[in-house]
Design a binder for this molecule. Structure first.
Ligand code: A2P
Length: 271
């Protein structure tokens, strides 16, 4: 399916429930992965870690999927990370957007990967596979995250190193950032891992948890609900497997009404 230019340029008025925003930049990481930034309506409010319905007008109707915001709430623009699926109804089109195109942003943001859903704790672990990294990019640039936890560890696992999106930003730009630099340098640890080609850390998240290398490599005691908190975002299989490992160690799932020691959300867009 190719993009019909009229689909991207057509709507002048946002359909009910959506903001109509303008694409500013597009970055293609690999042939399976891209990200883009767009303008942000001042009325669009969200908490770091949340998602909104994002998409395009197709055939005069909104075609949208859930996307986590990559950008932190304090940024004046929005950023999203997406896979590209050649026959995916939305991403086959969305991957062709260029600066100036219009995108739909659902007015209401929601989601469970918010720090309020976790009891305060010592170490906050972000476990991400693939585009499941998105909500953590927002959370790790939100100063409030560091108010509630002593330390933040981001574990991002992908098949190939080229899929380690935002690697430079996390490891080089953020530590040098004027406002966030000190927090990030002192409190954030980034553990990228790759499973299908040689890499310094070549392992699935589940394997690192089961072997204990995850915590041992950082000189930390084994994962425990006493002091650790976890947020999971990845494929259904990864979420289910990590959830089981955490529950076996006594972690309980948190929600809006009752904060717990872990929360989970799937990386939504698979088409
Ligand atoms: P692997 O290469 O060993 O399958 P995908 O692109 O399929 O979503 O996978 C992204 C990353 O998540 C890959 O590194 C993949 O490892 C890993 N992964 C897939 N399934 C699981 C799982 N059940 N538990 C842990 N990691 C997983």
């Amino acid at each position: 399916m190719s993009t019909d230019a009229s689909d991207l340029a057509a709507p002048v008025v946002a359909p009910p429930g959506f903001f109509l925003e303008t694409v500013r930049t597009v970055h293609h990481w690999t042939d399976r992965l891209f990200s883009f930034t767009c303008t942000r309506d001042p009325h669009f409010r969200f908490t770091a870690g949340q998602f909104a319905m994002i998409g395009l007008m197709v055939g005069g109707k909104p075609l949208v999927r859930a996307y986590s915001m990559v950008s932190p709430p304090w940024e004046d623009h929005l950023e999203f990370l997406s896979i590209k699926v050649q026959d995916g109804p939305l991403t086959s089109r969305l991957q062709h957007i260029v600066p100036g195109d219009r995108v739909l942003i659902g007015r209401k943001a929601t989601g469970t990967l918010v720090t309020d859903n976790l009891a305060p704790g010592g170490v906050l672990w972000f476990f991400a596979t693939g585009t499941g990294l998105a909500p953590f990019m927002s959370l790790l640039r939100e100063p409030g995250t560091y108010d509630r936890f002593d330390r933040v560890v981001l574990v991002h696992t992908v098949r190939q190193a080229a899929e380690l999106a935002y690697r430079e930003l996390i490891s080089k730009d953020l530590p040098a950032h004027e406002l966030l630099g000190e927090l990030v340098r002192d409190r954030l640890t980034y553990l990228p891992s790759v499973t299908r080609e040689p890499f310094a850390r070549q392992s699935r998240i589940t394997t690192m948890i089961e072997s204990g290398s995850l915590t041992a490599d950082l000189g930390l005691p084994p994962l425990s609900p006493e002091r650790d908190r976890a947020m999971l975002c990845g494929s259904e299989a990864m979420n289910a497997d990590v959830r089981a490992l955490l529950e076996a160690r006594g972690f309980t799932e948190g929600s809006n009404s009752s904060p717990g020691t872990y929360v989970v959300e799937k990386a939504f867009v698979t088409k």
